[in-house]
Design a protein. Structure first.
Length: 42
C-alpha cells in the first residue's frame, strides 16, 4: 500500500512538472511571437 502511494506521488510530481514546462514553453513562444509582431510594425 505504501509503495502504491509513493508511485502515485511520483506520477503527480511528473504531471506537475510537465504542466510547468508546458507553461514555460507557451510563455517563451508568446514572447517570441510578440517580438516578431513588434519588429513587423516598427
Amino acid at each position: 500500500m505504501l509503495k502504491e502511494k509513493k508511485k502515485n506521488q511520483k506520477k503527480e510530481l511528473l504531471i506537475k512538472r510537465d504542466k510547468l514546462t508546458e507553461r514555460a514553453i507557451k510563455l517563451v513562444v508568446a514572447r517570441f511571437s510578440l517580438r516578431k509582431v513588434f519588429n513587423f510594425f516598427y
